[in-house]
Design a binder for this molecule. Structure first.
Ligand SMILES: [Zn+2]
Length: 253
C-alpha cells in the first residue's frame, strides 16, 4: 500500500519516527509521500526523505494555512527548491476557509501559482480543500486543459462533488474519516467505486477507528483499506491492488 499523504516529519514523531516507519513496513506500507507545509519544516522533511531512501518521498509547496502577508516569500522558497531538484508532487496547496479567511485572496493567488508549477514540472498537485471543496473544484477546472493531474486529499464531500473531481481527471484521497460513523463517505464510495481513489493516513491527524482521536500513523492505513473493502464489497487485497495502482499511476512511482 502507498500512504499518499503523511506528515511523518512532524514533531509528533520526533521520539519514535524510526519505529513508526518500521511498523508501517510490517503493515505492508511500501511507500510514504510527504506533503510540504512551509519553510519552517522543509529541511526536516528533506532530512526524513534522506533517512529513508526509496521509501519516503517529498512534495514541495506551501500549505494554505501557512499563507499570510509574507506568502510571496514562502512561494519563492518553494519555487527555488523546484528549480534545484525533482519532487513527487506540488503540495500541499489549496484553500482552507475553516480556520481563517483573512487571507482568502492570497490563498487563491498561492493556489493558482502552485497549480502552474504542477503544469510546468509535469507533476500532480495535492489539494487541501477544507470548507472549500466547490471553490477548489472551480479553480482546478479553470486550469484543466487536459494536462493537469492531482488529488483532493482527505476528500470529505458528497457524491456530486466526487463525480466532478473524477470528471476533471483527478483522484480522491481517502483516509481515516471513512471509518467514522456518519461521515457519509461510504455512500459516496458505493456510488463512484475505487477507480479514482488513493489511500492516505494524513498522519499524525485523523486516525481511523479504532484509534480515533489518538495520534495517527502510517501502519493504520490497513484500517482504511479494510473499511473500503467492506463498503465496496471487495477483498481487502483487491482494494490494496486497485488503490496502489492508482497511486503509482498518479505519482509516477
Ligand atoms: Zn496534510
Amino acid at each position: 500500500m502507498i500512504d499518499t499523504h503523511a506528515h511523518i516529519y512532524s514533531a509528533e514523531f520526533d521520539n519514535d519516527q524510526k519505529d513508526m516507519i518500521f511498523r508501517s513496513k510490517e503493515a505492508e506500507v511500501s511507500c510514504i509521500l510527504m506533503p510540504a507545509i512551509d519553510a519552517l519544516t522543509h529541511d526536516k522533511m528533506l532530512r526524513t526523505e534522506k533517512d529513508f531512501p526509496g521509501f519516503c518521498y517529498s512534495m514541495m509547496g506551501v500549505h494554505p494555512c501557512s499563507i499570510s502577508e509574507n506568502y510571496k516569500k514562502e512561494l519563492k522558497i518553494a519555487e527555488d527548491f523546484f528549480s534545484k531538484r525533482k519532487f513527487v508532487a506540488v503540495g500541499e496547496t489549496g484553500l482552507d476557509f475553516y480556520w481563517d479567511v483573512t487571507y482568502k485572496k492570497e490563498q487563491y493567488d498561492a493556489f493558482n501559482q502552485q497549480i502552474e508549477w504542477a503544469l510546468q514540472y509535469d507533476v500532480p498537485v495535492v489539494i487541501h480543500s477544507r470548507n472549500s471543496t466547490d471553490e477548489c473544484i472551480e479553480t482546478v477546472a479553470a486550469h484543466q486543459q487536459g494536462k493537469l493531474k492531482g488529488v483532493f486529499h482527505c476528500f470529505s464531500g458528497n457524491a456530486e462533488q466526487a463525480k466532478k473531481i473524477i470528471d476533471l481527471g483527478f483522484y480522491l484521497g481517502i483516509g481515516g474519516v471513512v471509518t467514522f460513523k456518519n461521515s457519509g463517505l461510504d455512500k459516496v464510495i458505493k456510488e463512484i467505486g475505487l477507480s479514482h481513489v488513493v489511500l492516505e493516513t494524513d498522519a499524525p491527524y485523523l486516525a481511523p477507528v479504532p484509534f480515533r482521536g489518538k495520534r495517527n500513523e502510517c501502519s493504520y492505513l490497513k484500517y482504511v483499506a479494510e473499511k473500503l473493502a467492506m463498503v465496496a464489497e471487495l477483498d481487502a487485497k483487491e482494494v490494496e491492488r486497485i488503490t496502489t495502482g492508482n497511486a503509482e499511476k498518479l505519482f509516477s512511482l
